[in-house]
Design a protein around this ligand. Sequence first.
Ligand code: GAP
Length: 536
Amino acid sequence: MEMEKLVSLCKRRGFLFQSSEIYGGLNGFWDYGPLGVELKRNIKEAWWRDMVTGHDDLAAPPGAPEAYEMVGLDCTIIMHPQVWKCSGHYDLFVDKMVDCKESKKRYRYDQVPGRWVESRGQKLFVTTSVEENQEADIEHRALKFLNLRAKDAADLMWQSPLISLAKIDPSDYGKVLGPDAKSLGTLTDPRDFNLMFKTIVGALGTEEDAAFLRPETAQGIFVNFKNVCDSTRVRVPFGIAQMGKSFRNEITPKNFTFRSREFEQMEIEFFCHPKSSPQWYQYWRDRRVKWYTDLWLASDRLRLREHDKEELSHYSCGTSDIEYAFPFLAAGEFGELEGIAHRGDFDLRSHMEGKLVARDGQLVVEQGPDGKPKWKGSGKDLSYRDDLTNERFIPHVIEPSAGADRGTLAFLCEAYCEDQAPDEKGEMQTRVVMKFHPRIAPVKAAVFPLVKKEGMPEVAQDIYRALKQRWHVFYDEKGAVGRRYRRQDEAGTPFCITVDGQSLQDKTVTIRDRDSLKQWRVKIDDVESELAQRLA
Ligand code: GAP
């Protein structure tokens, strides 16, 4: 599937628009159109239902060590600034970036690819800003910079494969041809850039009133751990779920909604006994992969990748990513959909004691120059006492953290299909069809009168109104029926119900299946139960 085709369908059919498009758009921000908003809501509702409200608290699900409870939260986007100091985001939630003094552009230095090349005694590192054909662009730029013609390409002696700018020493930056520069040495040394959006709370507007838009929903859960324990009768093991907006001032937002500056997360913090935490980690990895495949993400485009030891945060004893082979990535590459992390007791302890750092394999409170905690915790006791065993401990946390927008993008990519289907004259034509799982399809059924006369619209409208009580259904009487089917195929509507001449005589209608194109007749009185059964 070519990404351009999906991007064009998303705009044409109202799945996704660039934010503030009439003013030229804003990089890294996206709006969901009438179909997109239904799709994303259905994905979020499926997640909430499957993880929280539909979860059976009384029995251990397959693969789980025991039964567990799930509850939800909805916390504010702006929280006390100390939350981010203790969580580590204030000091450490940074990307390294370089600025170009010539082009005035800014780059994440680990996302600038380039190659060392030598020619006629000059050695330089040539970089590129293009996404595709990077090697070809680098060669073209090297020839141009060295004033050589294409036929002299053999004079270039390549000294390295394609590597990231992050792999070279900043003392060599004088030999770097920046991605959009014409001269050498225009890039600054790498600098830390905090990804949190800053804002001011209240009218005074001083630095003391500075606050941050949350870069993740997770911290709202940790700081409410005690509230949830005190206000409900949950017992460890249990999980708290939250979904909502998060904000990151990404240096290079890209690939449609994949890396945005405003996005939604669907996160679970699962609190368990330290001893059983490895089993819970395994359980959540499998449970979350199954959730995607149950909603029809093909297993050969989905993979679970366990992080190497070097990739792990210092407090984590295991992290896996659920990744999807997005079509905008090179062959064999996968992009992260969701991370499942074993976070130990890092978060609860940080909010009790203050910002933690690893020292000699132990987590200790980071100290400032005065020997006091650099960022003081809340001082509240966030430990848990098991009332059956009387044991008191700080629960360990397993965190399945998903992106609602990345999920929506993956479901869009997966659903896009082109096949051959007969038109009104029976001639085979290419058809674009979005094969969404019926649970997440934006519109569940469309109701058509075959023609706009002979009483057919009235019958069709009655069916539409009856179905509308339960589902998002669509009524359409404009244009040739074949065209109407095609529009619904592009919207991903699983079923089309058509009232025709026969309907007026025997009170039956046809139902057409989006994927198989099969049509069959059903009594009007049975349409609702037939649809309920098929949508389930
Ligand atoms: N609390 C853990 C956490 O936030 P993360 O891996 O940084 O972990 C979790 O984010 C998920 O949020 C990612 O797997 C991805 O789906 C989504 N996400 C993160 N940054 C994003 C961005 N800039 N744009 C869209 N989605 C993003």
